[in-house]
Design a protein around this ligand. Structure first.
Ligand code: PLP
Length: 424
């Protein structure tokens, strides 16, 4: 029996079958401990954007640890590397004059933004604005606030009431937001949290006009708009650093992590627009945001972040993702012709979902897990998202031929299930 307790896993099964142990990675590939190579179609958990095995990042880490590995960012302390990354992020933020509150990951970023939204309204004299609004299908990490805010079935169960003053609305309807405002009153709503493209909940692209509509509703009713860009940030949607830029959202706050370091070190950041930061930064203000994490803005992680942003710029990866957007969509869309697939969602950057047909899942609840395992046997790593979609979110360095290979492996696995069915 092993000792490692995996997240989101049935440990009885993992322990029985043994863990899949990754020994090495390079570019868009990983190798298991038996030396078998796999195309990493998920980029780990949506994060290895610059690809595996980047020696430039290893060098930046060695340099930083040799100088000073870590120090505090509480009070007036900071290491120069942390300051440099904050300046760099402020310079690429979609809203001018943004401030950077570092965290250790996406869940930290979401909880920080929830607390900051509520504190902001107290600072500006509207303490009744406490409700935070999330959407069905949304994922906002696994801390208490993020779990409460998200809308993935099953993730809230068994923990009691996680957080008061949370509301969940339909994921794709501006009208649902308006109805909520009418029901509870805008004077009670602090913030609306929104993944520009829903990620872990199944990769759902925003319906046409949806993001502009909810953004405007939030403006009209004085509700903070928080873009959760933990997946979409740092180039995943192509062409620009953030989905908020692509969709012109001008968010009041943005939560980020993953692609900030391409996962080479744990780091997150809340990018806070001037409206929200103002009461805390005003000269002469006595306000303290009594919040912070020991490893927030960890200098070694920030050195990784700087090297990662350098690579994205040097290698033109934002443009590369924009160029590959149509290639990926074109490669995976034909999978929708399989009887086992009800829909393929693609068309914003390097993100796609192959949705298994609900009737096929109902008839065979183990279908998704078997497909993931079979696709892995065929040399490609994918993952089953809640709701029965296969995740595609490869590293930005993936080639057109590798994208084609990925689609061929999916198609072969789907065909094999159908062949088995007709043989059986
Ligand atoms: N928010 C979104 C949109 C995410 O996709 C995730 C993780 O997948 C998180 C928050 C939580 O990030 P982390 O797992 O780094 O805590």
């Amino acid at each position: 029996m092993g000792a490692l307790w995996h997240g989101f896993a049935n440990m009885g099964t993992v322990d029985k079958n043994g863990a899949f142990v990754v020994a090495r990675g390079e570019g868009a590939y990983i190798w298991d401990d038996a030396g078998t190579r796999y195309l990493d179609a998920t980029a780990g958990l949506w994060f290895t954007n610059v690809g595996h095995g980047r020696t430039e990042i290893a060098a930046a880490v060695a340099d930083q640890i040799g100088r000073v590995a870590a120090y505090s960012t509480f009070g007036d302390y900071a290491v120069d590397t942390t300051v440099a990354l904050a300046e760099r992020l402020a310079a690429i933020a979609p809203v001018e004059g943004s401030k950077i509150f570092f965290t250790s990951g996406g869940s930290d970023s979401v909880d920080t933004a929830v607390k900051l939204a509520r504190r902001y309204w107290r600072e500006v004299g509207s303490p009744a604005k406490e409700i935070v609004v999330g959407r069905q299908k949304a994922y906002h990490g696994m801390h208490v606030a993020g779990t409460a805010l998200a809308g993935i079935p099953g993730n809230h169960d068994g923990y009691g009431e996680l957080m008061p003053d949370v509301a969940t609305i339909e994921w794709d309807s501006g009208k649902a937001l308006l109805e909520l405002i009418e029901r509870v009153g805008a004077e009670k709503i602090a913030a609306f949290f929104c993944e520009p493209v829903i990620g872990a909940g199944g990769i759902y692209l925003p319906p046409d006009g949806y993001l502009a509509e909810v953004r405007q509703i939030c403006r009209d009713h004085d509700i903070l708009f928080v873009a959760d860009e933990v997946i979409t940030g740092f180039g995943r949607i192509g062409g620009s650093w953030f989905a908020s830029t692509r969709f012109d959202l001008q968010p009041d706050m943005m939560t980020t992590a993953k692609g900030l370091t391409s996962g080479y070190a744990p780091l997150g950041a809340v990018i806070v627009g001037p409206r929200v930061s103002a009461p805390f930064w005003r000269p002469g203000s006595a306000e303290v945001f009594r919040h912070g994490y020991t490893y927030a803005g960890h200098p070694t992680a920030c050195a990784v972040g700087l090297a990662n942003l350098d690579l994205i710029e040097r290698d033109g990866l934002l443009e590369r993702v924009a160029g590959l957007e149509g290639v990926l969509a074109g490669a995976v869309r034909p999978l929708a012709s399989s009887r086992l697939v009800s829909e393929v969602r693609a068309g914003t950057g390097l993100l796609a979902a192959v949705q298994l047909a609900p009737d096929a899942i109902e008839a065979d609840p183990g279908l998704g897990a078997r497909l993931v395992a079979d696709i892995r046997r065929r040399g490609v790593i994918t993952r089953l998202l809640r709701g029965g979609a296969l995740q595609v979110s490869p590293p930005f360095v993936i080639t057109e031929e590798e994208i084609a290979q990925l689609a061929r492996s999916f198609a072969a696995a789907l065909d094999a299930v159908l062949a088995e069915e007709s043989a059986g």
